[in-house]
Write a protein that binds this ligand. Structure first.
Ligand code: ZN
Ligand code: ZN
Ligand code: FE
Length: 768
């Protein structure tokens, strides 16, 4: 008889709700081991007895072959006395007070479920809520941990016998799949028109498809909220959707059935195909192809469109190809302008009544709203623009340990962040904290995260802008709970976020190119064209764009022509009648702006790169007024001619970056009839040269050769690609955002990083 040994294994990471226990069960069976496995609130525990050789193989396989959705962060193996188990069993969950364990994000329909969905012999044939341990809703349906069915919005659905048998069978693909359901026992769909329930189940689906073919606008309840859907190739439908949604030009996201359907509309690389089909199923921004049938109204003045593939069985059925059915659907979030996406049936039918011709509803509750994520492909890899559905709330690993921190995040594109031990829980996309609904969703989101991950923050972090609602929330809370609150400068937070996702340590320093829209500066001015020398705990402002006035303050953000006039004035150029921003406005408007600047009335000073782009766009005549954030800069990028190699000069003087020569050169080029595409390119090229020049200057002075790129301007691919190649050519190491967005959606991660290191420095401790 073989000599027996025993081990006890504690596994931490994403190991619940992902088929981990059945996997352990099957492994134990393979190596003829006896013992047990169970979920705890901290992860998974295993005890096994067997031959020493078999135990070693078991432990190796455990880590090497873990199921696709699992992520093992820690696996502690201890020897133990042999208990002489007689079989291998899956035990009941054992909650540990105060312990936490990460929760899986929502996962798109897996291939096995997809096959069953289309198999007429399967009992879940065409069932819109088919799922298994490898796919389906997670984060959006969880109310509390442990992740068991009674703690989800599936609680009201009692499993039928067939589903219960699968749920209880350790060797079944649906073993302990909490949302498991079938047509006999699970959620259902129906259609309502004008508040009347007009069709159920398959008939509802077919009626919804008919409406889409006819060019109608359909509200569809999905995974993390409602979408508004219409035929993307039907110009009248898209125009009507814009009118109803009060959305003038901001691009709509699209959904197509499969890669072939996307390929009919867009140019795609292999890497982009991989991103589109990744299990997170983000919206991927793609180059529109010349023969695309998609209405130009989907993304006016842009040559890109955002596409995603179906990620729930309901989408899969809704988009099924058929003669005459639209090859692509608009699938934009179900809200009016910037309100949060609707999630509840009643709420949606009320709020979206004037927007949708019909509602495709279902009765599985959405606990947490979660918008679609958006990425680009950069150098073959994901470059996130919005990190939400499919990614949140998967924690990011931190390179330091410390007390739990809550960071309130920014005002626009808000996400918040909570840390615990070496994990950072970045929230889903909350949105712009500028209305009551979003603020509510923000406060509830923070409470929900604190409960789910059992976090009781001991340190708070906030943006220095005194009027941000997120800042006020944090300061109020600091006072109420008597907690230390640490103010973090906006652009320091951007750079620290980039450092944190690359795992830099407390001693590391980087050159931070924080090219951004708006951020509150330490001197009260509006910063955003910042070159920092930064560590987590501290930074110095090495260079910045020379200040220019922002006549009208916030009004200038919506009216770039104001910035163009201010830029001209700062560059000692008269407002001649031939210049586009002068031409576009009445004498009276010009006089008013002149008075604002001269009298410094409601005219803050800014070093913002975003505002410089706005000014250039207006000066060149690309856009004088915007109706969504960064529109002028986006259109300026879209018109830049990639063949043009000329570059304007942005000389450095002291800590300032002089923008006047560029302004004068633009005016000169305009007058000599240079095409807008050339001028736009020379502007971009000049800034790229400047980015390399400031980095070189800092490397010479301070010996730092690592450059972090963060801030909303780095969504500009034209500029980003040139700066990356310029820096790499000069031997710099370039840190790009890969996990959180370069825009304000990543700010909260930087805030927790700075706060944790400032606290540690104040305590005289080292973080590590
Ligand atoms: Zn599945
Ligand atoms: Zn069932
Ligand atoms: Fe920012």
């Amino acid at each position: 008889m073989n000599r027996l040994a025993g081990v006890r294994i504690s596994v931490r990471g994403v190991v619940q709700g992902v088929g981990f226990r059945p996997f352990v069960y099957a492994l134990a069976d393979r190596y003829k081991l006896r013992g047990w496995v169970r979920n705890t609130s901290a992860g998974v525990e295993i005890e096994v007895d067997g031959a020493p050789q078999a135990l070693q193989s078991f432990v190796d396989s455990l880590q090497r072959e873990a199921p696709p959705l699992a992520r093992i962060d820690e696996c502690v193996v201890e020897e133990k006395e042999v208990d002489g188990f007689r079989s291998f069993r899956i035990l009941r969950s054992s909650p540990q007070p105060g312990a936490f364990q990460p929760i899986s994000p929502d996962v798109s329909l897996c291939e096995d479920c997809r096959r069953e969905l289309h198999d007429p012999q399967d009992r879940r044939y065409r069932y819109p809520f088919i799922n298994c341990t490898n796919c389906g809703p997670r984060f959006t349906i969880i109310k509390d941990i442990p992740y068991d069915r009674p703690n989800t919005t599936m609680a009201p659905f009692a499993m039928c016998r067939a589903c219960a048998a699968e749920y209880d069978d350790p060797l079944d693909r649906r073993f302990h799949a909490q949302p498991v359901a079938c047509p006999d026992c699970g959620p259902q769909i129906w259609l309502t028109i004008g508040g009347e329930r007009t069709a159920e189940r398959e008939a509802a689906l077919q009626a919804a498809r008919r409406l889409l073919r006819e060019g109608k606008i359909l509200a569809v309840k999905g995974l993390g909220g409602f979408h508004l859907a219409c035929d993307a190739t039907n110009e009248a439908a898209v125009r009507e959707l814009r009118r109803r949604k009060l959305r003038v030009d901001k691009p709509f996201a699209l959904m197509a059935y499969d890669l072939d359907a996307v390929a009919a509309q867009c140019e795609m690389s292999e890497d982009e195909r991989r991103l589109l089909t990744a299990r997170e199923r983000p919206i991927v921004i793609l180059e529109r192809s010349a023969q695309s049938a998609v209405s130009p109204l989907v993304a006016p003045a842009q040559h890109t469109i955002g596409f995603m593939l179906p990620y729930t069985p309901l989408h899969e059925l809704l988009l099924e190809p058929e003669d005459g059915f639209p090859p692509a659907l608009v699938m934009t979030s179900g809200n009016i302008s910037e309100e949060p996406i609707a999630t509840q049936n009643d709420e949606a039918q009320e709020r979206l009544a004037a927007l949708a011709d019909a509602f495709l509803l279902h009765d599985r509750g959405i606990e947490t709203r979660c918008d679609d994520s958006v990425v680009r492909c950069l150098q073959g890899e994901r470059y996130p623009l919005r990190r939400s559905r499919g990614y949140a709330p998967d924690p990011l690993p931190l390179a330091w340990d410390g007390p739990p921190v809550l960071a309130g995040g920014p005002e626009l594109k808000n996400t918040f962040c909570l840390t615990r031990e070496r994990y950072a829980f970045m929230s889903h996309h909350i949105g712009d904290l500028q209305n009551y609904e979003t603020l509510q969703s923000y406060e509830q989101g923070i409470q929900h995260f604190e409960r789910l991950f059992r976090i009781d923050p001991q340190v708070l972090a906030y943006d220095l802008h005194p009027d941000y609602l997120a800042t006020r929330y944090i300061l109020e809370r600091a006072q109420r709970e008597n907690l230390p609150a640490i103010g973090v400068q906006h652009h320091h937070a951007h750079i620290a976020a980039c450092m944190a996702e690359h795992g830099l340590s407390a001693e590391d320093e980087v050159i931070g190119l924080a090219f951004d829209g708006t951020g509150y500066g330490e001197d009260g001015a509006i910063w955003g064209g910042e070159v920092l020398l930064a560590s987590y705990a501290d930074y110095t402002r090495a260079f910045h764009l020379a200040y220019f006035p922002m006549p009208g303050g916030e009004a200038a953000v919506k009216q770039p022509w104001r910035l163009a006039l201010a830029w001209l004035l700062s560059s000692d150029l008269p407002w001649d009648a031939d210049l586009p921003p002068v031409q576009a406005r009445s004498k009276r408007s010009l006089r008013l702006v002149g008075q604002q600047i001269a009298g410094r009335i409601n005219t803050p000073q800014t070093s913002s790169m975003g505002r410089l782009f706005d000014a250039a766009a207006a000066l060149i005549g690309v856009r004088q007024d915007v109706n969504y954030e960064a529109q002028a800069a986006i259109e300026l990028e879209a018109c830049a001619d990639p063949e043009e190699e000329g570059a304007y000069r942005f000389p450095l003087s002291g800590g300032g970056i002089d923008t006047r020569p560029a302004c004068r050169a633009i005016v000169k080029d305009l007058r000599s009839g240079e095409p807008a595409g050339h001028i736009a390119a020379r502007f971009h090229n000049g800034l790229a040269d400047m980015a390399v020049a400031v980095s070189r200057a800092l490397r010479e002075e301070r010996g730092v050769a690592r450059v972090a790129l963060s801030g909303g301007v780095w969504q500009n691919m034209f500029l980003l690609r040139k700066v990356i190649s310029g820096l790499e050519r000069e031997g710099f190491e370039v840190l790009l955002h890969r996990r959180v967005p370069a825009n304000d959606g990543g700010i909260a991660l930087g805030q927790v990083a700075v706060a944790a290191h400032r606290m540690a420095a104040a305590d005289g401790q080292r973080v590590g």
